[in-house]
Design a protein around this ligand. Structure first.
Ligand code: KG4
Ligand code: ZN
Length: 334
């Protein structure tokens, strides 16, 4: 069988990325231009700043991905691009670049759902065994997805307010830690000897949805009250308590979903999947149930274009072809 080469493009948030993937499984090149430095001083991603960076970077990043892969456009089978969800101005840059590239070189363009991309990152790092449950947990998403087979997605739970990473970043800001705050809270939580007890957002019985805004408010109130009373706040104690609440609820719901859907494998992806506390807790709880647990390496957990090419490759093999009328969709459904 002839090899299939897909060019992936990702610009849904604050990374401008392009990658070439062979047969949906092997990374041939993987280029990511991060904007973290530009967003740092604002403590979060500023949409307008993100779009401007994407415009500046996108052509260079695509050229670099092709150069590093040693492939010409003629050697590609299709262009896969993140169609949504994401920041509208950011998505449009990638989608228009993909359409222009596809038009210029006579290639089909395939629109990929960003979450599908995160899930297929796992195919680049050890494989996917169906049926499976995927936990997508990042600065923009917190979702539980059930996949009965290749290409089938069922959203079984999602956040009703903040994404987990967003809550990490906001709590970090309250504690005076740099952006992105997740890794700092993770480190402090491991150093802490004690923790502040914060509430758990289990929501209604049986729900696989998440909520992090109540927890975030509880942390804000705790810090404000302490400040008002003139007491010093121990950031490690707060970080540990916050992380315990997140980890307990996310692990509990993920394990319950895995058992209810009778899966053999759970995969995690997204920046927060890098969290040591969460990884350890999921590995232990799923291990007890004899369910396999996989997390791709960090560079494939966070936003990248190889995962978009991998998901696009599975769609290409299933016969999916988009056309040049395709547009970016900030609220695209899975
Ligand atoms: O996947 P990602 O790079 O971007 C998207 O949001 O799509 O995720 C970034 C998020 C940030 O909120 C960051 O604070 C969080 O992932 N993060 C972590 C850790 N490393 C990164 N959160 C908790 N613990 C970590 N070790
Ligand atoms: Zn993402």
């Amino acid at each position: 069988m002839k090899d299939i080469y897909i060019l992936g493009i990702e610009t849904s948030c604050d990374e401008t990325a392009a990658s070439v993937v062979r047969n949906g499984r092997e990374i041939v090149s993987n280029v990511v231009a991060s904007q973290i430095e530009s967003h740092k001083r604002f403590g979060g991603v500023v949409p307008e700043v993100a779009s401007r960076h994407h415009v500046e970077q996108i052509t260079l990043v695509i050229e670099q991905a092709l150069r590093e892969a040693g492939i010409t456009p003629g050697g590609l089978n299709a262009v896969a691009v993140t169609q949504g969800p994401g920041l509208v101005g950011a998505l449009l840059v990638g989608v228009n670049a993909a359409k222009a590239f596809a038009f210029a070189h006579g290639l089909p363009v395939i629109g990929v759902h960003h979450i599908a991309g995160h899930v297929y990152a796992n195919r680049l790092a050890g494989g996917m065994e169906f049926p499976l449950v995927a936990l997508i947990i990042s600065g923009g998403h917190t979702e539980l997805v059930y996949m009965e087979r290749d290409g089938s997605f069922e959203l079984i739970g999602e956040t009703r307010d903040d994404a987990a990473g967003e809550a990490y970043d906001k709590v970090a800001r309250i504690l005076g830690l740099p952006y992105p705050g997740g890794p700092h809270i993770d480190r402090l939580a491991h150093e802490a000897e004690e923790s502040v007890k914060f509430p758990r957002a289990w929501l209604e019985d049986g729900s696989y949805d998440f909520s992090f805004s109540g927890l975030k408010s509880a942390v804000i109130n705790y810090v404000h009250n302490a400040n008002q009373k003139g007491e010093t706040v121990d950031p490690a104690k707060v970080a540990a308590g916050f992380q315990e609440s997140v980890v307990e609820v996310v692990t509990g719901k993920t394990v319950r979903a895995a058992k209810a859907f009778g899966v053999q494998q759970v995969i995690a992806a997204g920046g927060v999947a890098a969290n040591r506390g969460l990884r350890d807790s999921l590995a232990e709880a799923l291990g007890k149930e004899e369910i396999e647990f996989h997390v791709p390496p960090l560079n494939l957990c966070t936003d990248n274009a190889a995962m978009i090419a991998a998901a696009g490759s599975s769609m290409f093999e299933a016969g999916v072809r988009g056309d040049l009328r395709m547009n970016g969709k900030p609220g695209l459904e899975l």
